[in-house]
Design a protein around this ligand. Structure first.
Ligand code: FE2
Length: 382
């Protein structure tokens, strides 16, 4: 299954497209129990069974289940032995994102371009084959123990990658309308944000197209800073966060404490109908951060300004589901955040519907962080 082709036009001046990146290929989590995690993503988030690798397919050190929803592929991998980098990753970080895989035309060239610009190699280019074709992959390290794997699959027609077999089951809950990954956010340590911004500029050719300092992103108690990096065609967007000093503990610091280092904080997935997507997710047991107070919804007309007449959704419906609204020059967006989906307060998902807006919901930061702080308070980590 290949992601759908769409234009490769450059939308950000200053970006260099020496890779270039055509989209997110897959996201691989290292987890304690891949079998059960795959069931969760199917039951709760509407993912579909796609592919499997394990003892039955000749994979002796790990089990991987691949689930898919439209263009989003998630790989859930567990070690079959205690003494492996996968098991060590889970022991240190808990369940979390190991690989943010990027779809490229030429994985050898992507590896050469990035390592020659200073990236540390994670995986030299390897050629994997089966009767359905050839895939070339290579990889580099990014923040923490997270890596980027470059995937070249133009000569492959199998379910996922060589070594995987199609995964068919009788349990196939319907999709909830998740379409593609809009952005993936990395949390890095104190004072490290700018070094990673420079890394994405120098090594990957990205541009910094939005920045939020701790004066923008703060509440009475806690603060953070964020810079959004994008590749030239805008398909890959990686905001990078670092904690900032506040009266109490930043949510980023809480993440770093529990993940025991930098890592992926959230995955934002796009829908074209957030009301039906969030209704379905709630029915299936996905828990979201609590809704902001009623005054937030009363202020939506001022918040949207000139875009208010574009708003197709009923404000009372948004309120009922706890969906947040923000606007920029070009339009508005609707978004909502899940509670952390692992045992540790680390990774969460964002559901986003863009109605022209290109931002990240800066106008919601305060309402959102107050909601996160209520959760931190309950965890005793504020
Ligand atoms: Fe986000």
């Amino acid at each position: 299954m290949k992601p759908v082709e769409y234009g490769l036009e450059k939308i950000f001046d200053g970006a260099q497209d020496f890779l270039p990146l055509m989209g997110t290929d897959y996201v691989e989590f290292y987890v304690g129990n891949a079998l059960q995690a795959a069931h969760y993503y199917k039951a709760a988030f509407g993912f579909q069974s796609l592919a499997y690798a394990g003892l039955e397919t000749g994979m002796t050190d790990r089990t991987s289940y691949v689930v898919v929803q439209d263009k989003i592929r998630i790989v859930l991998t567990s070690s079959l032995h205690s003494d492996s980098p996968i098991a060590q990753h889970v022991q240190k970080h808990g369940d979390g994102v190991k690989v943010i895989a990027l779809w490229v035309e030429d994985a050898r060239k992507a590896w050469e371009e990035t390592t020659s610009r200073g990236a540390i190699s994670f995986m030299e280019p390897i050629i994997e084959k089966d009767e359905l074709g050839v895939v070339v992959r290579s990889g580099i390290h990014t923040y923490g123990d997270t890596v980027h794997v470059f995937v070249e699959r133009k000569n492959y027609n199998g379910a996922f990658l060589p070594g995987f077999q199609s995964w068919k089951t009788d349990y196939n809950p319907p999709v909830v309308g998740l379409r593609y990954i809009d952005h993936m956010v990395g949390n890095v340590g104190w004072g490290e944000m700018n070094a990673w911004v420079k890394w994405y500029e120098d090594v990957m050719g990205f541009v910094n197209f939005l920045s939020f300092d701790d004066k923008t992103i703060h509440t009475e108690y806690s603060a953070l800073m964020s810079k959004v990096m994008s590749n030239g065609n805008g398909r890959i967007k990686f905001p990078i966060n670092e904690p900032a000093k506040g009266k109490k503990k930043s949510q980023i610091e809480e993440y770093l404490d529990f993940y025991e280092g930098p890592g992926c904080q959230h995955i934002a997935v796009a829908t074209q109908d957030i009301l039906s997507t969030v209704t379905a997710l709630r029915e299936r047991g996905v828990e979201f951060l609590s809704a902001p107070p009623s005054s937030y919804y009363e202020e939506i007309p001022q918040r949207l300004g000139k875009h208010m007449n574009m708003l197709k959704e009923d404000i009372s419906e948004l309120h009922k589901l706890g969906i947040l609204v923000d606007a920029d020059e070009e339009g508005y967006l609707l978004q909502i955040f899940t509670k952390p989906i692992e045992n540790r307060p680390t990774l969460f998902f964002e559901i986003i519907q863009r109605m022209g807006a290109k931002g990240f919901g800066a106008g919601n930061f305060k309402a959102l962080f107050e909601s996160i702080e209520r959760e931190q308070e309950r965890r005793g980590t504020l």
